[in-house]
Write a protein that binds this ligand. Sequence first.
Ligand SMILES: Cc1ncc(COP(=O)(O)O)c(C=O)c1O
Length: 441
Amino acid sequence: MRISRALLALLAAARGCDSFTAVLTRPSSSSSSREGRSRGATTTTTTALSSTSREGRIRRATTTTTTTTTTALSSTAEEVGSGGTAVVGTPGTADLPWSELGFEYRDTKSHLRMVYRDGRWEEPTLVESPYMQVHIGATALHYGQACFEGLKAFSHADGDVYLFRPDENGMRINRSANRVMMPEIPVDMFVRACNDVVRDNIAYVPPYGSGGALYLRPLLFGSGPRIGLQPSEEYTFLIMVIPVGDYYKGGLAKPVNGLIIDEYDRAAPRGVGSAKVAGNYAADLIPNVQAKKMGYPICLYLDAATHTKVEEFSTSNFIGIDNTNKRYVTPSSPSVLPSVTNKSLQTIARDRGMTVEARDILVEELDTFDEVIACGTAVVVTPIGSLTRLNDPAKGVGGDSSTMYRFTEDVGVTTRALYDQVRSIQNGEIEDVHNWNFKVQ
Ligand SMILES: Cc1ncc(COP(=O)(O)O)c(C=O)c1O
């Protein structure tokens, strides 16, 4: 079983037990979803009000009925097996066009759901319906009390499935939760929830060789009602899973061109930029859509206070590569999200003899990089061909005030090396020397 030694120790310590199998082994529980507290299928009836008739009259529409099936989790000792290896099924058996997957929502078998009530987390359940009832006063809806995560599971050649560094995401969701006053999820509970939802959706894990992965989207939000600005008393944690391919079509095949954003900011100093809270992403919608219309698939943000330093892309960290001096340079800023991919690539870069510099990067310094990379779970390692600043303050008024920083037209050598190495580890094709892969069982 390949699993991070540190994680093993963490899990064992957290549970006061001496093996990971013991952590996964627990009594089966009853369902605790809001749609129904009991095991099995439950029925929720809702009355919809429709005001969209052509005549403009308000009509009471027919009653609609939705059925939600919940399954209590039961990874019992029998399922895990005496050797600690459970039969989890065969990845890639769902009827999907595996080689054509992009990065968009698809239904799968289930999502995992767990509620925090009366000061404690209730047992998780697997829910088949992708819909849920949410209180109209939920703090997530009114005050943005919500954060999320993103991580992936990969099939290996032998048919086993591995999560990539789920403990890192478990720690990061707790940092985000703390920032917006939500309860933490113990890291062992988080990792086990990831394990269990992948296990239930094993048919949706893209098969080895397809280039895809099962993307996990854990989400934590205030689900209890508040009218005054206060934290909720109730929280919902869920993990949805989606089979995905490339985020930017073409994957590593072609560098993408980015736009430096001057009209908007992503995160304020001392704000919530370093937390993965939902509202950060709403702030990026207008610039993102505008940039795409102008032919730039990716946006680069600058520091909000001075607009002189590089921060990060909309959903990925920035890396500049100087091949002559073997330098890997990435911004160090309290308003940048600490990326698990960036952390992993830094380790790989050091292993390859590069110097890693985490520091301020002035916009003008973009000229000094041979290669620029956007890195993240979704985009993996995406080469940036150029970065354009439309109204460069250095150029003053009048004439052409734009500056274009050009990098590689094709995928750079270091970009390719970093990509190949991290993907080979994720695919189980080279030794996982840092114990990043976590076996789903
Ligand atoms: C703003 C932002 N920066 C960076 C990243 C990359 O982080 P990671 O490598 O952990 O996916 C993400 C994605 O989670 C992100 O949303």
